[in-house]
Design a protein around this ligand. Structure first.
Ligand SMILES: [Zn+2]
Length: 416
């Protein structure tokens, strides 16, 4: 690919020379913007960033390619640290049922809910599952995402969980964005163990985790630790079993109740605890002094009409905050991270700078990818998108449905 110079950039957002791995508390108020700028990209990496008054094409020699961006803005790619993008079919019928006021039980009887997604996934060949997931991967790339975490959890049998994780690994090999894989066998109790939850937890610990570990199919382990799903004790057991295989935890916690999920995540050194719609001072206290990143999923709150997490409370307590899409068929059928950031501002009262940090660097940190992505920094991957000239940093989140993105680059290569 060689050396490419992008010149006449209206502004580069998130241009940082030596960023911290994660921004916490007051640091989340700051995002560096270089106006009237240029950026040099060598192969797949950012080489240098400067302002146009220091620009001299000659200093790069004759061999470089020059792209005039004519006032467009450059943003670091979004880093989406929590998704369920691999699934079979969709649940738009359930959407109509919800509008018509059907209960959760009635919807499940008509083919909704996690267990029905599992039935559908079971019947879908691996090749078709991959094809459907790649449509969504290409959709989020076009929306500006450059790194994504993908969970299993619609298999709920050993064979089907492994099938999902193989699809994620195949996406990892073929898609141009950064990918982390998470094993979420404990998303719900699989159909053949309904009513015998401890038997299912045994299956997760004794059969699924050793297979996932031995085949190196996942980077992380997740448990839905919440009311009606898995208890703190069961989560503890699963995380212990996963630890033996080097699978670090990322936990679904405190979405439906004050579940103890935050504390058990912190105890096990979780990379992140996610959802957090129902958290109070005890959870904030547990997170302080830990390296666990609180992650909120406002798209799910929006779609389900549920409370939003106390994002400002977390930041005021000096904690970092990441926002992710939770892209999944049942509770958040969108992977649009710009919309997630807009919800952060509109519904959680984050400032635009806080929201952008939450969907870029802090999302990268919640996937242990801060060294590679999350800011536009010499040495990091050249993952970025361009937009039409913006009046301010706030504007893309304020005018949240106006067309914005003009082109997308991943690892230095123009994708769109
Ligand atoms: Zn989720």
């Amino acid at each position: 690919m060689g050396l490419t110079i992008y010149k006449n950039i209206g502004a580069i957002v998130g241009a940082e020379t030596a960023p911290a791995p994660v921004k916490a508390g007051k640091a989340m108020d700051n995002i560096n913007v270089v106006n009237d700028a240029w950026m040099a990209v060598a192969d797949d990496r950012i080489m240098e960033i400067g302002s146009m008054d220091t620009f001299s094409q000659m200093s790069f020699g004759g061999a470089c390619r020059v792209v005039d961006l004519d006032g467009e803005w450059v943003f670091p790619s979004f880093c989406d640290s929590h998704t369920h993008i691999v699934y079979a079919g969709q649940r738009d019928g359930e959407f109509i049922d919800k509008i018509n006021g059907l209960s959760y039980e009635e919807i499940a009887a008509r083919g909704g809910g996690i267990l029905n997604s599992a039935d559908l996934l079971h019947m879908t060949p691996e090749e078709e599952l991959y094809r459907q997931a790649m449509v969504r991967i290409n959709e989020i790339i076009a929306k500006g995402t450059g790194a994504v975490e993908i969970k299993s959890g619609y298999g709920l049998t050993t064979a089907d969980e492994l099938k999902m994780l193989r699809v994620i690994q195949r996406i990892k090999r073929n898609a141009p964005l950064e990918i982390k894989a998470t094993f979420l066998g404990a998303h719900a109790v699989g159909r053949e163990c309904v009513g015998r939850q401890s038997e299912y937890v045994d299956l997760v610990c004794r059969e699924m985790i050793p297979e996932v570990g031995a085949q190196k199919l996942a980077d992380y382990v997740d448990v839905f630790c919440d009311a009606g799903f898995f208890t703190v004790e069961e989560t503890d057991r699963i995380l212990d079993a996963a630890h033996k295989w080097g699978l670090k935890p990322k936990i679904h916690a405190n979405e439906l109740a004050v579940s103890g999920g935050v504390q058990i995540g912190v105890k096990h050194g979780a990379i992140s605890v996610d959802h957090l719609e129902r958290t109070g001072s005890e959870e904030i206290e547990a997170l302080r002094g830990s390296s666990t990143i609180p992650t909120m999923l406002p798209g799910a709150s929006f779609f389900l009409g549920m409370p939003y997490g106390n994002a400002r409370g977390m930041i005021e307590a000096g904690l970092p905050l990441a926002l992710a899409s939770d892209y999944n068929p049942g509770s958040s059928p969108s992977g649009d991270m710009r919309f997630v950031a807009a919800l952060g501002c509109i519904k959680m009262r984050l400032t635009p700078a806080q929201a952008f940090n939450a969907v870029t660097l802090n999302g990268a940190a919640a996937m242990e990818l801060s060294d590679e992505v999350g800011t536009l920094t010499p040495g990091k991957l050249a993952n970025f998108f361009t937009t039409v000239p913006q009046p301010s940093l706030a504007y893309p989140l304020y005018a949240y449905t106006s067309p914005l993105i003009t082109h997308v680059w991943l690892a230095g290569e123009k994708i769109y």
